[in-house]
Design a protein around this ligand. Structure first.
Ligand SMILES: [Zn+2]
Length: 273
């Protein structure tokens, strides 16, 4: 028996995180470095063909029709696919708009995304409305649900609330930072995605996966009486345990009680925070 590695992938058909098992042998053998795994799941049943690279990072997802599934003799097929589509404003150019140096930009970008994720108001400031709107549209594309991200000019900033997250892409700075949540998990995600050619797609998929798990985490916390292990939360919320602290912190920032959580799963994982 070959070893398998399990990971969660957000399915854009059923809007849920699905667990996929990948045979480590299969990944090693692929000359292209990309393996694809077919996951047939859901009700009504549908299929997702997931492309995974040697680092077990999702590089693409396709949704074949049922006719195509029948033709697939094996669940693992080699693919030469490495990238998705040409982007007019690439993920890296977008991130780099939020700071003079890459590291600062990653931090500022992560902060803005977290604000929007938590339902806060985000304003992108530039005196050219077209420039600001282009960035706003691109940021909105990451989210499957409605978020509040809008474009304003410097003159309009005065009318905003001090609790809003306001960033000027003209002067490369926050006018106000908004909620003070830690963004380490998201920063790591951004850095990972920046290494990938299909990073825009990947970041959107990762964010959808977090959003799905976050809704589950809030549901679990609301119903929970007494203690619960972080590993149990991860399993129920359908997310890897290393993402649980970030989700809990966001939940806490929204006023939820996280005192009953036992952090046992993380003693086995190097803590990044
Ligand atoms: Zn699905």
């Amino acid at each position: 028996m070959s070893d398998t590695k399990s990971l969660y992938v957000f399915c854009q058909k059923c809007h849920e995180n699905i667990l996929v098992d990948i045979e480590t042998d299969a990944v090693e053998k692929m000359a292209s470095g990309i393996t694809s795994v077919l996951s047939v799941h859901g009700n009504p049943q549908h299929a997702a063909l997931i492309y995974v690279d040697k680092n077990y990072m999702v590089r693409g997802v396709e949704y074949p029709s049922s006719l195509e599934i029948e033709k697939t003799v094996t669940t693992v097929v080699e693919s030469t696919r490495t990238s998705y589509r040409q982007e007019y404003l690439s993920f890296s150019s977008l991130v780099d708009l939020f700071g003079k140096k890459r590291k600062e930009a990653v931090w500022a970008f992560s902060r803005i995304i977290t604000q929007a994720f938590l339902g806060g108001s985000v304003y992108i400031v530039h005196d050219s409305p077209t420039t600001a709107s282009t960035v706003v549209e691109r940021l909105q594309e990451f989210f499957t649900e409605d978020v509040h991200i809008a474009a304003v000019t410097h003159d309009q900033v005065k009318s905003l609330s001090p609790s809003d997250c306001v960033y000027s892409i003209q002067t490369d700075e926050f006018i106000s930072e908004g909620n003070s949540i830690t963004t380490k998990t998201l920063e790591k995600m951004v850095v990972q995605c920046l290494k990938d050619e299909s990073s825009f797609f990947r970041f959107k998929l990762d964010l959808s996966k977090l959003a799905f798990a976050y809704r589950n985490v809030k549901g679990i916390l609301a119903e929970q009486k007494g203690k619960i292990k972080d590993t149990e939360i991860a399993k129920k919320a359908k997310i890897e345990v290393e993402n649980v602290p970030f989700l809990l912190e966001m939940a806490e920032s929204e006023g939820m009680d996280v005192s009953g959580v036992i952090h046992n799963g993380l003693s086995r994982i190097a803590r990044g925070f």
